[in-house]
Ligand binder design. Structure first.
Ligand code: NAD
Length: 384
């Protein structure tokens, strides 16, 4: 399958009942949901296997008691019945919302100091019924959390990524969460570093009311060793692609008099770190793109903002550990505390769902005057 193909990979939304999609139905079992999430990279180095892999509905769907599982990254067994992140508030049951597991047990992150309690999942009230949201990088991490969040708010989601398996599992999860009434997820398998992928992404953005640019990657390398072709590819992915999707989305947003553009920038859009030249350059450029968009789009009811997270518990960060260890000459187990969390006053990793909640807030009427901004989710990193 060509990664630059523009055709929808697969449409989801009503398959659970149509009888022709056994795979989707299988994924809607507790085991299937866990497998789906594992495929999406949620069970790696930092993931608390028993805790991260419970889909909101897993507990409710599990009829047999499960044995306690040992979290490989923690020193204590995690009860299989531990509550899902934010599952109470997700279900709208009215009971007290569950804290994020992002209130990380201190022992679970090598070198991390005691964590501060996290916020709750999906506490922002948002109705995007009838709206279309395009999310890049939707197969994993922050983009995936944003796609799930916007789908939960009722949006039709167009999901762009180069990872077909991750896209499929996203669609499965949306179908599992929202059931047969869920709007279809429109999957677009695109490589946003190629001319064909950029062209297709611009076309895909046409007709979207909400645009979230999350696709990204990282390489940690001293400047003199940084491969020029990788520098170019990272700027294409994290700066040119957001330009192209913005370009594709704006005419329709202007015509409808409403639009919400959010770029997943980074604390590195506001601050530099050594060995991250391409990433820092791309994210600083993204801040400029967003501000310029905000100025041009304001008369049309369209806002443009950046969200600027510090380190988020995603595969992108997991992949950085070894790189950072080598660059700084320290063992991997010291990277989290000594490097990743060094500048943050809050000594824990952020959860992808917390970033998605900020994106959701930016889509609410309450945020309609908020444009051209950088919204740091950085534990006071930039307070320095
Ligand atoms: N994880 C963090 O600590 C962190 C912090 C601040 C900002 N961010 C930003 O958040 C965004 C998402 O990062 P994440 O941590 O969720 O990473 P991730 O690796 O979990 O997800 C990135 C997604 O982008 C997709 N992608 C990569 N290259 C692509 C390409 N050429 N074409 C299409 N899709 C492509 C990947 O397949 C993946 O699904 C990135 O822009 C990143 O810079 C991450």
């Amino acid at each position: 399958m060509s990664a630059a193909s523009t055709w929808p990979l697969r449409r989801h939304g009503h398959q659970r009942d149509c009888g022709a999609h056994g795979a989707v139905r299988a994924a809607c079992t507790p085991v299937g949901v866990a497998r789906t999430r594992r495929r999406a990279g949620k069970c790696g180095l930092f993931a608390h296997a028993g805790r991260r892999c419970r889909a909101p509905r897993v507990a409710a769907m599990t009829s047999q008691p499960e044995p306690a599982r040992t979290d490989p990254s923690a020193s204590v067994p995690v009860p299989a019945s531990a509550p899902a992140p934010g599952s109470d508030s997700d279900s709208g049951s009215g009971s007290a919302p569950a804290p994020f597991p992002g209130a990380v047990p201190p022992a679970s992150l090598p070198g991390a100091v005691p964590a501060v309690p996290g916020p709750v999942s999906r506490s922002v009230s948002l109705d995007l019924t009838g709206r279309t949201a395009l999310v890049t990088g939707a197969a994993s991490g922050i983009g995936r959390a944003c796609a799930l969040r916007l789908a939960a708010a009722g949006a039709r989601v167009r999901a762009v990524d180069l990872d077909p398996e991750g896209l499929e599992s996203l669609a499965d999860e949306v179908a599992c969460e929202a059931g047969p009434s869920a709007p279809a997820v429109d999957l677009r398998l695109l490589d946003l570093t190629t001319p064909a992928g950029l062209d297709a992404a611009e076309r895909a953005a046409d007709g979207s009311d909400v645009l979230v640019n999350a696709a990204g990657r990282q390489l940690v390398r001293p400047l003199e060793e940084f491969p020029p072709e990788e520098f170019r590819a990272m700027l294409t992915l994290m700066l040119e692609a957001p330009f192209r999707t913005t370009r594709g989305a704006l005419p329709g947003m202007y015509a409808r008099g409403w639009g919400r553009i959010t770029h997943i920038s980074s604390v590195h859009g506001l601050r530099a770190s050594a060995y991250k030249s391409a990433y820092v350059a791309a994210k600083h450029g993204l801040e400029g793109l967003s501000k310029t968009t905000a100025l041009e789009a304001a008369p049309h009811g369209v806002t443009s903002n950046c969200v600027n997270p510090a380190y988020v518990r995603t595969p992108l960060v997991e992949r950085q550990i070894a790189d950072q260890a080598e660059a700084h000459g320290i063992p991997p187990e010291r990277v989290v505390a000594d490097v990743l969390l060094a500048d943050s006053a809050l000594k824990r990793l952020l959860e992808p769902e917390e970033v998605a909640e900020a994106v959701a807030y930016l889509c609410t009427p309450a945020a309609s005057f908020l444009t051209g901004c950088a919204l740091p989710l950085d534990g006071a990193w930039t307070a320095h």
